[in-house]
Design a protein around this ligand. Structure first.
Ligand SMILES: [Zn+2]
Ligand SMILES: [Zn+2]
Length: 370
């Protein structure tokens, strides 16, 4: 089958629209007609060569939703016609971590291979039409394309009444933000929270904290537009840390520091400041992804106060558990995804979607395929 796809041949070439050939799904695989894909910070990292995800030529995109076109043998979780979200990190179910119920830490061959855009046996279902080169879908998804072939555990069914150009955000940004709150920090009703960085993911940390029942939610960002959105989505206070720094800005709202703080930017110095904006006994979740090899400059004495710095990948989500939860919260009107979609563009205008994401003008720019 032929499909249009956004392919990055190399960092120097940048992303371009190409025609690709897509194979039928094999055993345990699902062919999806992609309906929509959000642009996420991780896509920008790939484009600029800042990512460990570097299997080129790569079909870009990893925050998608669509409709199942066909399933391979052995697939019973979804069927043709089902509406699905394409999930990061489908656990293999077979490795040591999965067998002990720690799906988030799955290191099975299938999951490891997906990170480099391959199936467990090293193969790919995609080739460039122009020269027959194998192309590799980003983290096994490659959602900036009309068709995608994924392992069945990276595909989660959702109610067909939910708009696909909205629920696609559950593929990465929303899941990561809510997961950091529910799965990692375990925010409780009545707690105080600070969110440093209010882009697409940070806004979902704000929403997660609101849904969890946090009574004070301090949104921290230098961009007034993002702070306004944070307020709309549940922040009780908004602060710009430019003048005084994060610790002082948060302490002016919650003297002594918050119960739970989230760094959602990926800057080592900001992680350190966010950590120090927690009260003694508080916890800080590093949601952002700092550059490899750069230490986080935390004064060791801050640990005497039993503060905890918590790591996570993608909000420690388990797709089969967390994506249906997100879909219900949206359907119930408790999770606002519509406000997050600031722009919708056709596939041919993908470059503008990337550009406006880069300029920080949008919570999410969604590329709509058909
Ligand atoms: Zn992402
Ligand atoms: Zn596993």
């Amino acid at each position: 089958m032929r499909a249009q796809a956004v392919v990055v041949r190399s960092v120097a070439d940048g992303p371009g629209l190409e025609e690709i050939e897509v194979d039928e799904p094999r055993h345990g695989e699902v062919l999806v007609r992609v309906a929509a894909s959000g642009i996420c910070g991780s896509d920008l990292h790939v484009v600029h060569g800042r990512s460990v995800i570097d299997a080129f030529p790569m079909v870009l995109g990893h925050e998608g939703a669509g409709v199942v076109e066909a399933v391979g043998s052995g697939v019973s979780s979804v069927a043709a016609g089902d509406h699905v979200v394409l999930a990061l990190y489908g656990p293999c179910g077979e490795c040591g971590a999965c067998r002990t119920g720690r799906f988030v830490l799955c290191n099975g061959a299938a999951r490891v291979a997906a990170i480099s855009g391959r199936m467990a046996d090293g193969s790919t279902r995609m080739r460039a039409s122009s020269n027959n080169d194998a192309v590799f879908p980003m983290v096994g998804i490659g959602s900036l394309a009309e068709l995608a072939v994924l392992r069945a555990d990276q595909v989660v069914k959702v109610d067909a009444n939910i708009p696909l150009d909205v629920i696609c955000l559950a593929g990465c940004g929303v899941t990561t933000g809510l997961g950091a709150v529910f799965n990692v920090a375990d925010v409780r009703a009545g707690e105080t929270v600070a969110v440093v960085g209010c882009g697409g993911v940070g806004l979902n940390v704000v929403q997660g904290a609101r849904i969890a029942g946090a009574t004070t939610i301090v949104a921290v960002d230098t961009n007034p537009r993002k702070l306004a959105l944070a307020e709309e989505l549940g922040a009780t206070h908004t602060v710009d840390p430019s003048a005084s720094g994060v610790v002082d800005a948060v302490n002016r709202v919650v003297a002594g520091g918050v119960d739970a703080a989230f760094e959602v930017v990926g800057v080592p110095q900001l992680v350190a400041e966010t950590f120090l904006a927690t009260r003694p006994g508080g916890r800080c979740v590093m949601v952002g992804s700092p550059p490899a090899g750069e230490p986080i400059p935390i004064d060791g004495r801050a640990l005497f106060g039993e503060r905890r710095l918590l790591g996570t990948t993608g909000g420690s989500n388990v797709p089969a558990r967390d994506i249906p939860r997100i879909a219900s919260l949206y359907t119930d009107g408790r999770l606002d995804l519509d406000t997050l979609v600031s722009a919708r563009r056709p596939l041919r205008d993908f470059a503008e979607s990337i550009a406006e994401t880069e300029r920080g003008e949008v919570a999410r720019s969604v590329v709509v395929m058909a």
